[in-house]
Design a protein around this ligand. Structure first.
Ligand SMILES: Nc1nc2c(c(=O)[nH]1)N(C=O)[C@@H](CNc1ccc(C(=O)N[C@@H](CCC(=O)O)C(=O)O)cc1)CN2
Ligand SMILES: Nc1ncnc2c1ncn2[C@@H]1O[C@H](COP(=O)(O)OP(=O)(O)OP(=O)(O)O)[C@@H](O)[C@H]1O
Length: 192
C-alpha cells in the first residue's frame, strides 16, 4: 500500500468511524432519556402507593411507560403484585398474583400475562396504561373496554393512570361507562 492510498483509507475510515460514534451516542442518549423519565415517573408515583396491599400494573409495550420500578417499590413495601390477564374480547380482564421471575405466557396483542393457574386477586391499587388523559382525569384506553370493566368490577380500588406528559389532551369525551381516574402520574408529576 502506498503512502497515498493509506491516507485515503484512513480518511474513509475516519468518516465511517465518526458516523458510527455519532449513531452510538445518539442511541445512548435516547435510551438514557427514556430511563431517566421512567425513573422520574416512578419517583412521582411512590407516595401514591401508600398502604396498598395488592398493586396491579401491566407489562409495558414499547411506547408505554414501564411501571416496573413502581411495582418493585411496592414489593419492597410489602405489597403483593398483580398483572392483568385477557382471554378474549368478551371475557372480563382478570388480575393474577405475580412476582418477578414467575412464569408468563403470551396473551392477545402479544402481551405476556400470568398463567390461568396464578392466583386471581382483587387489587386495591390499579396502575392503568392509557392512550390519553385530560386534566379532569378522564382516561382514553385502547377502546376494548377492558379497564373500564375492571374498574367497575373493583370499585374500591384506587385507579392511577400511568402516562407520558405528551399523552395529555385538552378534553377526553366521557361516556356513562367511563370511570374517571383518581390520579395520573407522568414523568413531570402527579395530576389529581
Ligand atoms: N401493556 C399493556 N397491557 C395491557 C393493556 C394495555 O393497554 N397495555 N390492556 C389494555 O386494555 C390489556 C390488553 N388489551 C389491549 C387491547 C387493545 C390493544 C390494541 O388495540 N393495540 C393496538 C396497538 C398495538 C401496538 O401498537 O402494537 C393494536 O393492536 O392495533 C392492546 C392491548 C391488558 N394488558
Ligand atoms: N362497565 C362496562 N360494562 C360493559 N361494557 C363496557 C363497560 N365499560 C365499557 N364497556 C364497553 O367497552 C367498549 C370500549 O369502551 P371505551 O371506548 O370507553 O374503551 P376505553 O376506555 O378506551 O378502553 P379500555 O377500558 O380498554 O382501556 C365499549 O363498547 C363499551 O360499551
Amino acid at each position: 500500500m502506498t503512502e497515498r492510498t493509506a491516507a485515503e483509507a484512513k480518511a474513509a475510515l475516519r468518516v465511517e468511524l465518526r458516523n458510527r460514534r455519532q449513531a452510538f451516542v445518539i442511541d445512548l442518549a435516547q435510551k438514557a432519556t427514556l430511563l431517566v423519565d421512567t425513573l422520574q415517573l416512578a419517583e412521582h408515583a411512590a407516595p401514591l402507593i401508600g398502604q396498598a396491599r395488592i398493586v396491579a400494573a401491566y407489562l409495558s409495550t414499547p411506547f408505554e411507560p414501564d411501571p416496573m420500578p413502581i411495582l418493585l417499590r411496592a414489593l419492597d413495601r410489602g405489597a403483593g403484585l398483580a398483572l392483568p390477564r385477557v382471554t378474549g374480547p368478551d371475557a372480563p380482564m382478570t388480575f393474577h398474583e405475580w412476582l418477578p421471575g414467575d412464569p408468563l405466557e403470551e396473551g392477545p396483542f402479544r402481551i405476556d400475562q400470568p398463567l390461568a393457574t396464578a392466583e386471581r386477586v382483587t387489587p386495591d391499587l390499579i396502575l392503568a396504561p392509557l392512550v390519553g388523559f385530560d386534566a379532569r382525569l378522564n382516561r382514553l384506553g385502547q377502546g376494548a373496554g377492558y379497564y373500564d370493566r375492571a374498574f367497575a368490577a373493583a370499585p374500591d380500588a384506587r385507579r392511577i393512570g400511568i402516562a407520558w406528559s405528551a399523552q395529555q389532551a385538552d378534553a377526553i369525551p366521557a361516556d356513562a361507562h367511563d370511570v374517571p381516574l383518581h390520579a395520573v402520574v407522568t414523568e413531570r408529576g402527579v395530576i389529581q
